[in-house]
Design a protein around this ligand. Structure first.
Ligand SMILES: *Cc1c(COP(=O)(O)O)cnc(C)c1O
Length: 389
């Protein structure tokens, strides 16, 4: 059976060109980038090149790019690092984030709360979009950080980062204590403009394995003069923000993956997405699209079916060779309904019924046709079992 992979938001296959670029650093070029000898310097040069590749994509200085072990780590450094810096100065710390962030941000925010910061969560509208005035309402005199994701991993909702950036710039002009702005851009990188100047952000999170790179590497953009307290301590690599001997091959991988992205940004993936959404809504009664129709990532489909559980759908699809997911991959193993779908106002039951299909670089039109056919049959079968036809 030919497998159909529609879980690109969970992870992407590695691009052969990325793997090829990494291979020398897994084999012969094994030097430690901190060593003075030639092998060490080769490793250092490779890291420098990757830093330039990421900086060029983000339109920032190479010295503003920090490599980490994952986007989870980048989110932790961004949120907890800024909060901790101000808490250590005995400042009153207030943080604004949203109800639909990835758990890496939500759990960092929760930890910040335990350390003594005040954290507030901006709600979203029924489509999963942040209303900029809602952010403005939450800002206080002691707000130090606003963290809003660029595009949501479950429903693909693209948030108004440029507008929030402008708002914060305007507010910052009128006060002494700057509000820093972080965005988790992990899901946006493949499709959206990530120029940090245009976005107006001070911190931006990336992950390699969501952009056809290797797992276990992330990056964090930290604008010059942004205060950060490191979370781990060691030998001073990554200018003390993320010490530990560098994952040279992984870093080369994220650099190459970023450098390849522009070649794919103009593909017509949204046409396949729309074919899938329209096909589902037309062919399957009582199916509901979660998230916005516009301002949606071109590769994201998230639907709920009355009388068919998300988990049962994923298992049945898997038996037909289709890899999909319910909500986000990270929360799939928990029985908690998706916090994102609850934030949209769905009931617990509706939130349990969701199916996420995320498309990618290797998705074909035939695969979309096949999935529509299989899904129609599976939803019908599951509804019969649950007695809801
Ligand atoms: C996948 C994902 C992360 C976590 O990335 P890792 O590199 O796997 O830690 C963070 N934020 C978003 C939006 C994601 O989709």
């Amino acid at each position: 059976m030919k497998r159909i992979y529609l879980d690109y938001a969970a992870t992407t296959p590695i691009d052969p060109k990325v793997l090829e670029a990494m291979m020398p650093y897994l084999k012969d070029e094994y030097g430690n980038a901190s060593s003075i000898h030639q092998l060490g310097q080769k490793a250092k040069e490779a890291i420098d090149k990757a830093r330039e590749q990421v900086a060029s994509f983000l339109n920032c200085l190479p010295s503003e790019v920090f490599f980490t072990g994952s986007a989870t780590e980048s989110d932790n450094i961004a949120v907890s690092g800024v909060v901790d810096f101000f808490l250590q100065k005995d400042k009153q710390v207030h943080v604004v984030t949203t109800q639909i962030e990835h758990s890496a941000v939500l759990e960092s925010a929760k930890a910040s709360k335990e350390w003594g910061a005040e954290v507030v969560y901006c709600p979203v509208n029924a489509k999963g979009l942040i209303d900029v005035p809602e952010i403005e309402k939450l800002i206080k005199d002691n707000t130090v950080l606003v963290s809003v994701m660029y595009a949501n991993n479950e429903i693909g909702a693209i948030q108004p980062i440029v507008e929030i950036g402008k708002l914060l710039k305007k507010i910052n002009k009128t006060r002494k204590n700057k509000i820093f702005f972080h965005t988790d851009a992990v899901q946006a990188v493949n499709y959206l403009d990530c120029d940090v100047e245009k976005l107006g952000v001070d911190l931006l999170t990336l992950s390699a394995h969501k952009i056809y790179g290797p797992k276990g590497v992330g990056a964090l953009y930290i604008k010059k003069d942004t205060p950060i307290q490191p979370l781990i301590y060691g030998g001073g690599q990554e200018r003390g923000i993320r010490p530990g001997t560098e994952n040279v091959a992984g870093i080369v991988g994220i650099g190459k993956a970023i450098a390849e992205i522009s070649k794919y940004q103009n593909t017509d993936i949204s046409r396949y997405r729309d074919k899938l959404i329209n096909g589902i809504l037309e062919k399957i009664p009582r199916a509901h699209l979660n998230g916005p129709r516009d301002n949606r990532l071109p590769n994201n489909v998230n639907v709920s079916f009355e009388g068919a559980e998300g988990e049962a759908l994923v298992i049945a699809l898997d038996q037909e060779g289709v890899a999909a997911s319910t909500g986000s991959a990270c929360s799939t193993r928990s029985l908690e309904p998706s916090h994102v779908l609850l934030a949209l106002g769905l009931t617990q039951e509706q939130a349990h019924g969701s199916l996420r299909l995320t498309l990618g670089r290797y998705t074909t039109e035939e695969e979309i046709d096949k999935v529509l056919e299989v899904l129609l049959e599976i939803v019908g079968r599951l509804r019969k079992i649950s007695g809801i036809i």
